[in-house]
Design a protein around this ligand. Structure first.
Ligand SMILES: [Fe+2]
Ligand SMILES: [Fe+2]
Length: 260
C-alpha cells in the first residue's frame, strides 16, 4: 500500500497548488490513500467546514492537525461529528474531537494517530504514553498505523520515531513547516521523517509574507500577519507499506514548486 502524506497545508495557496497537482501526484506515485495536516488550511489559521470539504473533495481522506486546530472557532461545532479530522490524541481529558481514526482502504484498514509535542508547546498529556495507548487500541483492527507527531523540537521527534520503531508503519513530523532531509526506514521497519514540511506559499516565512515577518523581527510595533503571494510548494512523502506486517518498504520525499 502506498500512502501520500502532505505537510501542513497553508491557506488558499496550499489548496490551489493541490487542486492543480494532486491528481497527477496520485497517479504518478500510484497512491492508495492521501492524508494531510490541515491545521493551517483556512487562511493560515485552523480549519473550517468549507475548507475541510474542499480538501476531502480533492481526494484527501483524513486531516490531522496540531496547535492551530482551534483557531477557527466553528470547528468546535462539527469536530465531534467529523471522524475525518483529528486533533492531537494527547490533549487533556474532555477535549472535543478525537485523536485517532481507522480508514478503510479497499479490503485493508489504516490506523492514524495524531500527537502533539511537549517541548516549546502547551502542556498536554505525555505523547509517548498516549501513543502506546492508542497503538494498543488500533492494533486490534490493523497492523498499518501512521503517526503524525506535530512537534517543534527535532530531538523529541527523533526520539518518538525510535520509541515507536517496529510498533507502527510510519512516524512523520509536522508543525515546523520546514521539510527535513532525514527520511529513512528505522531498524525495526518504521518509516520516519522529522518534518514533512509545508504545502503553501514558497517565498514566505512558514507561509507568511516575508516582509511582514522581517518587520516583526526588526520593529517593536506588532504587525498583522498575512499569507505570502506568488509561487507555492507541495511538501510531502510517499510511504510504501507491506500490508500484512505493517512494515515500511520505502519512504520518498516530495518537494514540488509551482512555476508562479
Ligand atoms: Fe502548521
Ligand atoms: Fe503547528
Amino acid at each position: 500500500m502506498k500512502i501520500l502524506i502532505l505537510g501542513d497545508i497553508v491557506g488558499r495557496p496550499g489548496r490551489n497548488i493541490l487542486r492543480e497537482n494532486l491528481e497527477d501526484l496520485k497517479k504518478s506515485y500510484d497512491v492508495d490513500l492521501i492524508i494531510a495536516n490541515g491545521e493551517n488550511a483556512a487562511g493560515g489559521n485552523g480549519i473550517t467546514r468549507k475548507v475541510a470539504d474542499e480538501l476531502f473533495e480533492m481526494g484527501i481522506s483524513l486531516l490531522t492537525t496540531g496547535n492551530h486546530v482551534w483557531d477557527q472557532k466553528e470547528i468546535l461545532q462539527f469536530i465531534d461529528e467529523e471522524p475525518r479530522i483529528l486533533r492531537p490524541a494527547n490533549y487533556l481529558e474532555g477535549t472535543p474531537g478525537r485523536g485517532s481514526a481507522i480508514i478503510e482502504v479497499g479490503e485493508k484498514k489504516v490506523g492514524v494517530i495524531n500527537l502533539q509535542g511537549t517541548t516549546f508547546m502547551p502542556c498536554n498529556r505525555n505523547p509517548f504514553f498516549v501513543a502506546e495507548e492508542e497503538i494498543k487500541k488500533l492494533k486490534k483492527e490493523t497492523n498499518i498505523i501512521i503517526v503524525d507527531f506535530h512537534a517543534e523540537a527535532t530531538s523529541e521527534k527523533i526520539a518518538m520515531g525510535y520509541f515507536l520503531d517496529g510498533k507502527v508503519s510510519c512516524v512523520f513530523g509536522t508543525h515546523t513547516h520546514v521539510q527535513t532531509a532525514d527520511e529513512k526506514i528505522l531498524p525495526q521497519g518504521t518509516a520516519y521523517i522529522t518534518d514533512v514540511g509545508m504545502t503553501g506559499p514558497y517565498e514566505s516565512v512558514l507561509g507568511i509574507d516575508k516582509d511582514l515577518i522581517i518587520k516583526r523581527f526588526t520593529s517593536s510595533v506588532p504587525v498583522r500577519f498575512e499569507l505570502a503571494k506568488g509561487p507555492a510548494q507541495i511538501n510531502a512523502i510517499v510511504v510504501e507499506i507491506e500490508e500484512n506486517t505493517g512494515k515500511a518498504i520505502s519512504i520518498e520525499r516530495i518537494n514540488k514548486i509551482s512555476s508562479q
